[in-house]
Design a protein around this ligand. Structure first.
Ligand code: BGC
Ligand code: NOJ
Length: 815
């Protein structure tokens, strides 16, 4: 069953009924000011940091599920009936309803009581504010007197403190109402230099800033007393719960329309210019007034909206494909790329499953996310790489997280995840392949953000790899530390205390438990490093890296191969995991993906054997599960992985991030049909038809789909913020469609389904527009390239002369 449809031409998903199985959200903002918005106008906003600069409140895990947002109430003043044009929070029936989630904007339109209301929500580029542009149209044959009420609830900035430090917070809230604008200035009197404002384009009939005055005691957002009465109270909040609500009375003739613009924004003042007059406690509004005035003008709103569209057109224009499959097209051309940008902006901080207060930016996550957005925003990718590398420890290790506001590393969710360092190498390799900007390797970068500790980035990469080699275990495999990619495989944790964090507890010295996954990852990135060193004409390093990769491969074959698949790990007792010898957890997906991606067993049939085992034991119609058999009980020596009920999350859930590794691996052995089949199983658009089961948004990947051991097999959770976005983008565009940046140029090496006759693509790469047409002339994946009419050896298109801006490329595949 569907709850809407894709509008591919407009790059929108159109939700056509408000009662989706879960709130289906979108993101506003792409620079510093951000918002989450659901299909019923739920959500919240923040400036840069979802925890420390939260503008508006949102209560997670509430009932009803999605309450609190950017609300508008309409009231017919003739009969006193009121409703929410976004359905929530009043939830009275609407005659028509659509929510269009687009690239950085959301438009909710409805008709009720013969009043059409359409609200366009977005954040103008370069501004720290959001616009709600409401267009009201009277569809009646007679005039209508309508009251419009806006409503937001302010968060007292630090979202964690806001929801816990009640004894203080009930007394700190402060507001101003000046020249028709509502200002939220809690703590501005002391150390904050920022405030929020909420403005409206129309003359106000009233306003409210105190929640209880607006709602009335013992009432909720579904029936505010003020809306019911049709009369604001002009309340000024002192402590308690500051809100912002405007009241506008509109008189509409039959068929008449009016635009009402609301602006919710964030503003900082210089420390010594906070107050006006200076010796007062009144906000100095000199800097903010012109901004407000600008965006209360419809023509400026329109211009800002079209600039936003241009911004996304340009980003998405970097790669556009036209394949025989519509789900592939819309994910690659629009939604998957968009999701990659959202992971760039949010990391894992704020979604409807991530509260914005729990996690900073993951080191591993950020490096992987980069693979999905580097082609769209290479300059910002460069900056991100340098920021990440500057948090690196001198021994090559990594803080597990860093804070975007301070750009400092922290160990809040533990440290010593021994896979972390290696991901930096993969990110840098991706950046170099995309841009050819080798100067990044010479950039002086600090360690642990310490002045004076700088070395060239190149050395950071070397130290990252050395970190693994300095930590080998009894089988010469890399020690796992707290965990590897699988945060929940905690082999040194041994926690028997309820509630203790698996991510920070360690009861073992960490000298025994080893990870085959890190070994595979090491081979993958060491080969990349060898190539990087070759380009830098560092022959010694190249040879060293190739030898190191070879040695690690040997170790994997010796201790990491189980006969029919790659093993997963060795535990603290030196016992194998991910082997036929195990009762539960016999086979895991991660080492199959990463080892084959690194090239192991591709030539000698062992990769095929491993992938056949994946198909046999792990694949389900809803995707490939993480391991089998699921852990049926808690195992002290395995940690969090066995804490989840079978079929969920890391305990045999379909952890979508890992599926593309298998797709990539399948293409390594030339099985395009299999790779594409796996791609389709988790492709959100393809799953749109089963939305009632899948539950999450059909336009973005979730982190997890419940596995076959779960009673809810096929149900998705944790949409939006997941490495799944970047990895699927890489798998489909670079491995299956085979358009892959390499150090020396763009490679075209598709491994597509046998039934496809071909496809077309446009790829902007290092300033050149590649117009690519792929046609199948026979079976198999053999590629012959013709560039501008001339046939070219191999699969990599040589970089053209500087003045060339467009290249026509024909790739013929099969024999
Ligand atoms: C989750 C993981 C996550 C980890 C760290 C675990 O509970 O299952 O997916 O990476 O916490 O936050
Ligand atoms: C989510 C984390 O963000 C990611 O880094 C990790 O690899 C997966 N969970 C698997 O545990």
């Amino acid at each position: 069953m569907k709850y809407g449809h894709f509008d591919d031409a407009a790059r929108e998903y159109v939700v056509t009924r408000p009662d989706t199985p879960l709130p289906w959200i979108n993101y506003l903002g792409c620079e510093a000011y951000f918002g989450l918005i659901s299909n019923t106008a739920g959500g919240y906003s923040f400036y840069k940091d979802a925890r420390l600069r939260r503008l508006t409140r949102y209560r997670y895990n509430n009932a009803p599920y999605d309450i609190g947002g950017r609300y508008i109430y309409l009231r017919d003043n003739a009969d006193g009936k009121f409703w929410s044009p976004s359905w929530m929070p009043v939830r009275s029936a609407l005659d028509e309803y659509t929510c269009r989630h687009g690239m950085g904007y959301t438009i909710i339109r409805s008709v009720s009581h013969q009043i059409e209301a359409e609200t366009r929500y977005f954040v103008p580029m370069g501004e720290n504010l959001e616009i709600w542009e409401l267009t009201l149209t009277n569809l009646r044959e007679k005039t209508a007197d309508i009251s419009v009420f806006s409503a937001v609830e302010f968060c007292l900035w630090d979202a964690l403190d806001d929801s816990t430090n009640i004894q203080r917070n009930f007394s700190t809230g402060q507001m101003e109402f000046v020249e028709e604008v509502i200002y939220h200035k809690t703590e501005y009197r002391e150390r904050r230099d920022h405030f929020a404002y909420f403005a409206c384009s129309e003359k106000l009939a009233g306003f409210d800033t105190q929640r209880e005055a607006f709602l009335g005691a013992y009432r909720g957002w579904d029936s505010p007393a003020v809306v019911e009465a049709g009369e604001s109270t002009d309340s000024i909040a002192h402590g308690w719960q500051p809100i912002g609500s405007h009241h506008v009375k509109v008189h509409l003739k039959a068929g008449e329309s009016i635009k009402v613009i609301f602006i919710l924004g964030y503003q900082e003042n210089l420390k010594d210019a906070k107050f006006d007059p200076p010796d007062s406690q009144t906000i100095n509004k000199k800097t903010v007034k012109p901004i407000i005035a600008k965006y209360l003008q419809p023509k400026n709103v329109e211009a800002a909206f079209s600039a936003l569209r241009d911004y996304w057109d340009e980003l998405l224009g970097k790669l556009q494909v036209n394949t025989p499959d519509e789900h592939t097209n819309r994910m690659v051309n629009v939604w998957n790329a968009y999701q990659c940008m959202i992971t760039f902006n949010m990391s894992r901080s704020a979604s409807y499953f991530e509260s914005g207060i729990g996690r900073g930016m993951g080191y591993r996550d950020s490096n992987q996310d980069l693979l999905g957005f580097v082609h769209m925003i290479p300059e910002r990718a460069r900056e991100r790489i340098l920021d990440l590398a500057a948090t690196q420890l001198k021994n090559g290790g990594a803080y597990h997280q860093f804070q975007p506001l301070t750009k400092r590393g922290n160990n809040d969710v533990g440290s010593g995840f021994n896979d972390d360092p290696a991901w930096l190498v993969l990110a840098v390799a991706a950046y170099l392949k995309e841009t050819g900007d080798w100067t990044i390797l010479d950039a002086p970068v600090q360690y642990e953000n310490e002045a004076g500790s700088e070395t060239p980035l190149y050395e950071h990469l070397q130290r990252s790899l050395q970190y693994t080699i300095d930590r080998l275990g009894p089988n010469d495999l890399p020690l796992i530390g707290r965990a590897d990619w699988n945060d929940c495989l905690n082999l040194n944790c041994f926690s028997d205390t309820p509630g203790q964090s698996f991510q920070t507890t360690t009861n073992k010295d960490g000298k025994v438990a080893e990870s085959v996954f890190i070994a595979g990852l090491y081979v993958l990135v060491t080969k990349e490093m060898a190539e990087i060193a070759r380009h830098c004409q560092d022959g010694r390093e190249t040879a060293k890296m190739l030898r190191a990769a070879e040695q690690m491969e040997e170790t994997i074959w010796k201790s990491g191969w189980d006969g029919e698949w790659f093993r997963r790990a060795y535990d603290d007792f030196g016992h194998v995991l991910g082997s036929k010898e195990n009762k539960e957890g016999q086979i895991f997906i991660e080492p199959q993906g990463i080892c084959i991606w690194a090239g192991l067993g591709v030539e000698d049939g062992r990769a095929q054997k491993a992938l056949d085992s994946v198909a046999l034991y792990l694949a389900t119609p809803h995707g490939i599960v993480l391991q089998q058999p699921a852990f049926s009980q808690y195992y002290l020596h395995l940690g969090e992985i066995s804490s989840y009920p079978p079929g969920y999350k890391e305990n045999a859930g379909i952890f979508c991030h890992t599926n593309p590794w298998i797709m990539i691996a399948e293409t390594k052995i030339g099985r395009g049909d299999r790779a594409f089949d796996y791609y389709m199983r988790i492709n959100p658009s393809k799953r749109e038809d089963i939305s009632e089961l899948h539950k999450c948004e059909p336009y973005v990947y979730p982190q997890m789909i419940a596995g076959k051991d779960a009673p809810t097999h096929g149900e998705a959770k944790n949409s939006w913020l997941s490495g799944t976005a970047a990895m699927n983008f890489v798998a489909i565009t670079q491995s299956i469609l085979g358009i892959q940046p390499q150090f020396d140029g763009l490679e075209i090496k598709p491994v597509i389904p046998s039934s496809w006759k071909g496809f077309e693509a446009v790829r902007l790469f290092r300033g050149v527009r590649y117009e690519i047409s792929v046609s199948r002339k026979g079976v198999g994946n053999n590629v012959s390239l013709v560039v501008e009419g001339k046939s070219v050896q191999g699969t990599i298109i040589p970089l053209p002369a500087r003045n060339v801006k467009t290249l026509k490329v024909s790739a013929f595949i099969g024999l």
